[in-house]
Write a protein that binds this ligand. Structure first.
Ligand SMILES: [Zn+2]
Ligand SMILES: [Zn+2]
Length: 345
């Protein structure tokens, strides 16, 4: 089969690999029909994730059809259409029993990281019963790829950790796919004001069409001042950090109001300066987290019901054979106006 293979920092190839086989009785082999590229894959290619070794197939998001199941898999059979979760979970360990699948003792984020991933014609999914979701008949399978990672991440780590409530003022710093997923799912709770912050005018324009009430361009370095002006100096109830650099975390620290929440979603490669001298007396809650994907079934129901439309995040479509071109398009997001790319078998 063909797969997108990592060969050390800066090196990747769409090349021939042997097709995965069932290794454990709880495995399923999924024939990938739609997959995508994540910002995390670009981090891996930069060399930011040293656990990913030469020869690893990348990718942790996909929709596909079950090709084979191990003898202990009871919920799925050959031919079933499934969403592959970016988080693999056994469902039985201490972390899984708390619903904290991201910290599973025999799983968590392993696909395209510690084991071969979804950017391939076939992928082996461990703990299949707990790590796959059934695709309802008649669904648009391309848009369901957004349920592998970005929708549950934007919702669980941004919106839910941020405790968004009706009438809240919410600022989302970073209008990439994850920030926009937070924007879409924050609207479950009817916040009064949704302020989107980015340096890219195109992404801010997209955010407006997806429900943002105010757009702030942070390019001039005065985003916090602009947001404080928009909120009559009070600040925001919820600040969602969806970039992962010190400058964007700082914006969030500067705008969160007394009693507010700062929900960090961004993947940080270096430390930030915590302004505890300003925050200590403000009754502020700061949260971090890796997605558990425990809300994927709820999000799926909302997509099927048409209350959540993640297809709006898909800007480019490719055939899998054009994987190298898709990476180029995704890596040049500002120039190509890319949000999510979908690759089809
Ligand atoms: Zn991802
Ligand atoms: Zn577990």
């Amino acid at each position: 089969m063909k797969a997108l293979v990592f060969h050390g920092p800066g090196k990747k190839a769409w090349e021939e690999k042997s097709r995965p086989t069932v290794k454990l009785a709880t495995d399923a082999i999924v024939k990938v029909t739609s997959t995508t590229i994540c910002g995390t894959d670009l981090h891996i290619l930069k060399g930011d994730v040293p656990e990913v070794t030469d020869g690893r197939i990348l990718g942790h998001e996909a929709v596909g059809v079950i090709d084979e199941v191990g003898s202990a898999v009871t919920s799925f059979k050959k031919g079933d259409h499934v969403i592959v979760s970016c988080i693999t979970s056994c469902g039985r360990c201490v972390a899984c029993k708390k619903g904290m699948y991201s910290q599973c003792e025999d799983g968590g984020w392993v696909l395209g990281h510690l084991i071969d991933g979804t950017q391939a014609e076939y992928v082996r999914v461990p703990h299949a019963d707990n790590s796959l979701h059934r695709v309802p008949a008649g669904a648009n399978e391309d848009e369901l790829v957004m349920l592998s990672d970005i929708l549950p991440t934007g919702f669980e780590v941004g919106v839910r950790n941020g405790a968004v409530k009706p009438g809240d003022t919410v600022a989302i710093v970073g209008a990439g796919p994850i920030g926009l997923a937070s924007l879409l799912t924050a609207q479950f709770y009817a916040p009064a004001q949704l302020i989107m912050v980015d340096v890219d005018e195109n992404r801010l324009a997209v955010a407006r069409t997806l429900g943002a009430t105010n757009m702030v361009n942070s390019g001039a370095g005065n985003a916090a001042e602009q947001i404080l002006a928009l909120t009559k100096g009070r600040g925001v109830d919820v600040a969602i950090e969806a970039v992962g650099i010190p400058a964007t975390f700082d914006i969030c620290q500067d705008i969160v109001c007394a009693g507010g929440h700062l929900a960090n979603v961004g993947v940080h490669g270096k430390g930030v300066m915590l302004k505890l001298e300003k925050l200590w007396a403000k009754n502020v809650t700061i949260t971090t987290g890796l997605v558990d994907t425990s809300t994927t079934p709820m999000l799926l129901k909302n997509v099927i019901a048409g209350r959540l439309a993640p297809r709006k995040l898909i800007t480019h479509e490719f055939a899998m054979d054009d994987f190298m071109k898709a990476y180029e398009t995704f890596a040049n997001a500002a120039k190509e106006k890319t949000l999510k790319v979908v690759l089809r078998a």
